[in-house]
Design a protein around this ligand. Structure first.
Ligand code: SF4
Length: 412
């Protein structure tokens, strides 16, 4: 039995009101402390967590016909309502039972920042256990893309990433990822645009939250739920080799992006510590197996940092590493991160690096992150909020900054 909304309130309250003391018995100022994340067992199942088949079972168990599930799914994924009360053709008694037994959603929008003349919106959510999670919606001329987070924090600890600084707090549930997506689709729809693309490049490493990530994709891809095309979904990974092999066997034809950032183990291990566990030769072998099994091209993401990984020599080494592979390189000029010292190269240096790759036959594009001035690097909005730098307010910032092509929060 999942917790009722009242249970949820208790759960949420418990994390902030339960007196805490240090081992020495000194009271801890909980106002200034991020609440401890809930254990997996205590994370509530919400409406967004259920597959259509599971919702049918739930409705049946409540004494209703299974076709009521179809009505509910229509309200959730087509009309995108935010509570049971709005489901006008669902009987009041069923709505009441669902309200008591199955929370609709658990995350609350804490802050929203808007930039790029309204084309980029970054949402900061507070989870039921007091954690903070970011989602970004980006509008382009020909598409609208949501960047979804899959974890609170991240265990990979890339040297250039705000999210990794505090380590991993917890995995997000499939329902928490579905909520980010449906909210973004509603928001895009309010702006007269359909949500066309989804990138898992927000906070966290999707392949280290594999089960919930696959469950999430299964729900949004299900024709009876959101019916979101798998080919419009991109999963980004820092290079978790066994999970790349597992992903190749999944039925979903999603796109794979690998955050590479360096062509040799010495440099990559400094930038992406998981490289010590899965060095480049193993990662490339897994990529080759993935390409052979799926026939799909891999995107290699490359955060270009001045004086770190942007020399001509490194560009040529990268070209040699990727030569002959069915791939594409996305160069992402580094998105400045507060608290970290890396710098973005100048525009001429960025183009030179890209040209070297192209001259070696590697399809290459340069993509700029969006929303730099609203802390769009992954984890920055959360970090600012937790340090009180945003005043804890919903903010709207409108500036005339350029509108580059795509964010890549996974590389900050
Ligand atoms: S870049 Fe991605 S994998 Fe690396 S620490 Fe940040 S969120 Fe984790």
């Amino acid at each position: 039995m999942p917790p009722s909304p009242a249970d949820l309130a208790d759960l949420a309250g418990a994390s902030s009101t339960t007196p805490l003391t240090t081992e020495a018995g000194t009271a801890v100022d909980t106002e200034a402390t991020t609440p401890r994340p809930a254990s997996r067992r205590d994370r509530p199942t919400t409406l967004y967590d259920l597959t259509p088949a599971q919702l049918e079972k739930r409705v049946l168990a409540l004494g209703e016909k299974t076709w009521r599930a179809t009505q509910i799914l229509d309200w959730v994924y087509d009309k995108k309502v935010t509570n049971y009360e709005e489901m006008a053709n669902v009987p009041g008694a069923l709505r009441a039972k669902l309200t008591d037994t199955l929370p609709f959603a658990t995350m609350v929008l804490e802050r929203e920042a808007i930039t790029d003349n309204g084309d980029t919106a970054k949402m900061l959510y507070r989870t039921f256990d007091g954690q903070f999670v970011e989602t970004v919606l980006m509008l382009y001329r020909d598409r609208a893309t949501v960047c979804v987070s899959c974890q609170v924090g991240c265990a990979v600890g890339c040297a250039f990433c705000a999210t990794g600084i505090g380590g991993l707090m917890r995995n997000l549930t499939a329902g928490e990822m579905v909520q980010q997506t449906v909210d973004a689709a509603r928001r895009a729809s309010e702006l007269g645009r359909p949500l066309t693309n989804l990138v898992m490049m927000g906070m966290g490493e999707p392949l280290q939250n594999y089960v919930d990530t696959m469950r999430f994709i299964g729900i949004i891809h299900d024709p009876r739920a959101m019916n979101f095309g798998a080919r419009r979904i991109t999963i980004s990974t820092s290079g978790i080799v066994p999970r790349i092999d597992a992903l190749a066997l999944e039925p979903y034809q999603v796109n794979l992006a690998v955050s590479l950032h360096a062509p040799d183990d010495e440099l990559r291990s400094r930038l992406v510590p998981i490289n010590r566990r899965y060095p480049i030769a193993e990662l490339m072998a897994a990529c080759d197996r993935y390409i052979a099994a799926t026939g799909r091209r891999i995107s290699f993401e490359y955060a270009l940092m001045n004086g770190i990984n942007n020399s001509d020599e490194i560009a040529r080494a990268l070209g040699r590493l990727l030569h002959g592979r069915l791939c594409h390189v996305n160069i992402i000029p580094f998105n400045p991160v507060e608290m970290l010292d890396f710098e973005r190269p100048d525009p001429a240096g960025i183009e030179r690096f890209a040209e070297i790759l192209r001259s070696m036959g590697i399809p290459t594009t340069v993509r700029y992150s969006r929303g730099v001035e609203i802390a769009a690097a992954c984890g920055q909005l959360r970090a600012q909020h937790e340090r009180g730098l945003d005043g804890g307010q919903r903010t709207e910032q409108r500036t005339g900054m350029r509108s580059p092509t795509i964010p890549l929060a996974h590389v900050s």
